[in-house]
Design a protein around this ligand. Structure first.
Ligand code: OGA
Ligand code: MN
Length: 378
């Protein structure tokens, strides 16, 4: 049988939990998985050539889908820090390696600043959370020397919201909680969406996830956006993770796949509303090293109208230190259809329906810094 069957076979050896759905079962399996063992044999690896990946009868088929190459120019791709469009692969787009630094630096240094919202705001003042980078950079640069020091604020950062700020309690976006969406990230998102056939995509909301090696992202569906015909874009950096893509219902077993640094995932059409989760961030083979694509310094020949900028050596050292034991994921969403407005406040009746819906979207994480609400099965 194929590799997938091997993984499913191992799941059966886990202590059975009565009434457990197929997704949860695989979530638990990969949460406990041991890198470098047969545990990961069933995980799809988009970075491995199609021939080498194997296509046994039980293995999920990876299909190469067509990109709309004419809608993005090579120049605009370069401006966004991406490879020429002809090199993009629809099943696993690779960012232009040198420029992954730009996005990592933005996530750590710029997007984490006010007026954007982050998990630390709940327990800290605006002044304290004003500049996490400034407060953490020296700590991070001496990380190796002093392993037992208290965690810096950047290391306590779990999520940041951009644009229309997602409300974790109401599970809604609203017109009155909006701050300008970063223009460089909007530009990147527009290029990627256009190549996938979504011209006119608007980057209106972002959720940035900051994972440590023990962080997970619970099983959820992203349904709070009001226009599901628009794709959801997800960019991954740093350590690799196992991403589980399930079905419309949680009793469908998910397909596991690796998310490596530089991978871009576009959830659109049927897959826009599928269950998904991240049960595991994988430590690098050497313990604390960076993926090769992040290890090289930046080439300096950027176009004059580039939206990505070179990263200084000093900034790069801080990011490198952080990423050795972390993964950063940026998700970009269009919330409203063109011409659409937010509906009026929901009635008390509807509000109860929303909170009663069991979908969860949070980090369970041993560090006790969790997203707003804990779900009962977490
Ligand atoms: C999300 C999400 C996936 C990831 O933020 O909604 O599903 O790969 N992120 O971190
Ligand atoms: Mn999601």
């Amino acid at each position: 049988m194929g590799k997938m069957a091997a993984a499913v076979g191992s799941v059966a050896t886990l202590a059975a939990e009565p009434g457990e759905d197929a997704f949860r079962k695989l979530f638990r399996f990969y949460r406990q998985s041991r890198p470098g063992t047969a545990d990961l044999g069933g995980v799809i690896d988009f970075s491995v050539s199609h021939a080498a990946r194997g296509t046994g009868p039980g293995a999920p088929k990876v299909v190469k889908s067509q990109l709309n190459l004419s809608s993005v120019s090579d120049h605009d791709a370069l401006r966004a820090g991406l490879q020429p469009v002809s090199k993009w692969q629809a099943y696993g787009l690779q960012g232009y390696p040198g420029y992954q630094w730009h996005w990592v630096k933005q996530c750590l240094k710029l997007y984490s600043r006010k007026p954007n919202v982050c998990n630390l705001d709940k327990h800290m003042t605006k002044e304290e959370t004003q500049d996490l980078w400034e407060q953490s950079k020296e700590f991070l640069r001496c990380k190796e020397v002093n392993k037992r020091r208290p965690r810096s604020l950047l290391e306590k950062l779990r999520w940041v919201t951009l644009g229309y700020h997602y409300n974790w309690d109401s599970k809604r976006y609203s017109a009155d909680h909006y701050t300008p969406f970063p223009s460089d990230l909007a530009f990147l998102s527009e290029q990627v969406a256009a190549a996938c056939g979504f011209q006119g995509f608007r980057a209106e909301a972002g959720i940035l996830n900051y994972y440590r090696l023990d962080s997970t992202l619970g099983i959820h569906v992203d349904r709070s956006e009001l226009d599901h015909s628009r794709p959801l874009l997800s960019f991954s950096f740093g350590q690799s993770a196992i991403f589980l893509l399930g079905g419309l219902k949680r009793d469908e077993a998910p397909t596991p796949m690796f998310m490596h640094s530089g991978d871009i995932m576009v959830m659109s059409g049927f897959s826009r509303l599928l269950n998904h989760a991240v049960p595991r961030v994988l430590p690098s083979a050497e313990g604390d090293s960076l993926p090769g694509c992040l290890g090289t310094p930046l080439p300096a020949d950027l176009p004059r109208d580039s939206v990505v900028e070179p990263c200084s050596l000093e900034d790069w050292q801080v990011c490198a230190s952080y990423l050795k034991t972390a993964r950063v994921n940026m998700t970009v969403r269009q919330v409203l259809a063109v011409g659409q407005d937010f509906p009026l406040e929901p009635t008390e009746e509807n509000k109860r329906d929303i909170t009663a819906e069991g979908s969860c979207h949070l980090h369970g994480d041993n560090s006790q810094v969790k997203r707003a609400r804990l779900s009962p099965d977490y």
